[in-house]
Write a protein that binds this ligand. Sequence first.
Ligand code: ADP
Ligand code: MG
Length: 246
Amino acid sequence: DAADDPPMPRHRVTTKGNNVPEHVESFQALQERYALSNRLLTNLEESGYKRPTGIQSYGIPILMESRDLAAISPTGTGKTLSYLLPVMASLGAPAASSKGDAGTGVRALILAPTRELAHQIHNECLKLAQGRKWRIVLFSKATASTLADKNVRDKVDLVISTPLRLVAALQAGHIELDNVRHIVLDEADRMLDSEFLSQVQEVVAACTYPNVQKAVFSATLPAGAEKIAMSMLQDPIRVVVGLKDT
Ligand code: ADP
Ligand code: MG
């Protein structure tokens, strides 16, 4: 029972934006409010997650209600699940399934600055997706070349990548992003600085589906990166967890 476990550290949370959805205190409450599948809840339990962290209890409802989000929360506070759970909850049937009603091709995209981080996100994603038939692709040289086959890439549901790999695949015509409904930039302070910005912008521009949901997550967001983030987001909510609301 959750009551027997030591709580995750409590953090101070501040929010800014229009009509901020109410936060949740438990995964059960999330399930009741948004009709999450039992499977998703079971997979959370099996990951050993008993209750949402601060960024999860505020960030997940915001994303579940299709809002854009800038989330700033210290390292180790569970930012990954904050975006993976809403993405999983809204992914629908696998693109490969005959009754897939969501259209073909990639419907969610997670960008991270390093292969190592993309790899960690992929692992967490696979745990959460246990028992589902989604094709979750960690972009690498090898996977990128298999996607040259349109029949293969039309069956992919979710892509996790570094910006450079994805831009290369876009330019080669090996990936279409026109059905992407959710874009997440993890470690957004790095994604929006000069090293990656133009690549990120190229990827975002290729996501032509109307009203794509965008979210940025970071431990810190310097003023310059924050300004760029806010210009990319629509009617965003900003959530800050921790010590200082800069
Ligand atoms: P961040 O991206 O904010 O640095 P991570 O998403 O990498 O944090 O999560 C840090 C660690 O906390 C991971 O080992 C993850 O499995 C764990 N974790 C995430 N959410 C929870 C939760 N609700 N309860 C317990 N552990 C969690
Ligand atoms: Mg992280």
